[in-house]
Design a protein around this ligand. Structure first.
Ligand SMILES: *Cc1c(COP(=O)(O)O)cnc(C)c1O
Length: 397
């Protein structure tokens, strides 16, 4: 195996294409998909040395795999993070960070506006182990400060959040975490490292669902945790190796190769989303449009300060609540009804009845999930075709 030369000196777009690449003796130009569960040793002595950690090399793909390692190294370079560990899904990453980083008696503070499953882990799973949680309005820095306790170990935000695209000030919340001896985790699935690198703003841990924009074509599940060596050594490493939320080498290979085009794709997602948001803002049946880079977004200055683009998701409210949304959804001829996001195909979601259905009405209200709210993941189609499809569907609503 031969590694690439001088990776540390490359700029981000070069890292996206070449970072972490390792070639086998065949000198293939494309990164190899090493699809294996186990590894053989030349001698029993070598096996012993590897298990003792005295010899480098692989032992078993639950612990590490060469293709997975390439994905981890490339993603870490793009995020400006010291290191990454890939997981089977985004939720495996979120769950592992909490279970590896906390113990009974610890306390977590999280923003209200969260992906439903993240909220479930914090609100339902953690308390079973005696870990308390407090939810705050993400933009209210005084609420973050007031929620901090001596036992607070982890803070968790998603920015932009799902589905209301609210923005949390990463640097300010990271400072509050640090002042309280805690770590800030940022779920960066909506922006991807092409648009936002939370560690540059002081975040201590980043989690990803690579299922979304990193895959970008709705093919495979994956996730990742990015952190510093101290968290890896003290909390994460043994937890991941022994509990086994490992990503398939095949999925890691897809996501590794997807990183090569991530920035190009994100640019187009942003252009398309801005165009669709503009169209929706001018439509009489649309009462509200939420897009981070629009001047009418309540936090657009903050969005511009910490993001390089507004992202590929637009949320909007249709007058007439659920029944109007359903009529519009059922009339779509191009855009698909789906709960996924970050696909090259545009996807229309009604959060209240799908992704956020299991939440209590109070939690939905706190997260801004109203009956008329639609989350539109804007794909890579021609934006004029998307606007025309929305126009004819909104006529029916
Ligand atoms: C999809 C998503 C997750 C969960 O990721 P999976 O890969 O589906 O497990 C977590 N956070 C956010 C913001 C997401 O969009």
């Amino acid at each position: 195996m031969a590694t690439n030369k001088k990776p540390g000196n490359w700029r981000r777009r070069t890292q996206a294409v070449r970072g972490g690449q390792v070639r086998t003796g065949f000198q293939e130009t494309c990164e190899p998909l090493i699809f294996t569960a186990g590894y053989a040793y030349e001698t029993a002595d070598e096996a012993e040395a590897r298990f003792k950690g005295e010899s480098p090399g692989y032992q078993y793909s639950r612990l590490a795999n060469p293709t997975v390692t390439m994905f981890e190294e490339r993603l870490a370079q793009l995020e400006g993070a010291p290191l990454a560990r890939a997981t089977a899904t985004g939720m495996a990453a979120v769950t592992a960070v909490f279970l590896a980083g906390l113990k009974t008696g610890d306390h977590v503070v999280a923003a209200n506006a969260l992906f439903g499953s993240c909220r479930y882990v914090i609100e339902t799973v953690l308390p079973r182990f005696g870990i308390a949680c407090t939810f705050v309005e993400g933009s209210d820095l005084d609420a973050w400060k007031a929620a901090m306790r001596p036992a607070t170990k982890l803070l968790f935000i998603e920015t932009p959040s799902n589905p209301t695209l609210s923005i949390v000030d990463i640097a300010a919340v990271a400072k509050i975490a640090e002042d309280g001896g805690a770590r800030l985790i940022v779920d960066n699935a909506f922006a991807s490292p092409a648009l936002q690198r939370p560690m540059e703003h002081g975040a201590h841990i980043v989690v990803h669902s690579s299922t979304k924009f990193i895959d970008g074509q709705g093919r495979a599940l994956g996730g990742a945790i990015l952190c510093h060596p101290d968290f890896l050594e003290e909390n994460l490493q043994q937890f991941l190796r022994n509990t086994g939320p490992a990503i398939s080498p095949f999925n890691a290979w897809l996501h590794l190769k997807s990183l090569e085009t991530l920035e190009l794709r994100m640019k187009q997602h942003c252009d398309n989303a801005a165009r669709v948001a503009e169209f929706l803002a001018g439509h009489k049946k649309v009462t509200r449009v939420l897009y981070p880079f629009r001047a009418d977004h309540p936090q657009h200055n903050l969005a511009r300060a910490q993001m390089d683009g507004g992202g590929g998701v637009v949320s909007f409210e249709i007058e007439g609540g659920k029944s109007a949304v359903f009529k519009c959804a059922n009339a779509l001829e191009l855009i698909d009804i789906s709960n996924n996001l970050g696909d090259s195909k545009s996807l229309f979601t009604h959060p209240e009845t799908t992704t956020h259905q299991k939440m209590t009405p109070e939690a939905r209200a706190a997260g801004g999930v109203t009956s008329g709210l639609v989350r539109l993941s804007v794909g890579l189609e021609d934006p004029e075709d998307l606007c025309e499809d929305l126009e004819q569907a909104l006529k029916v609503a």
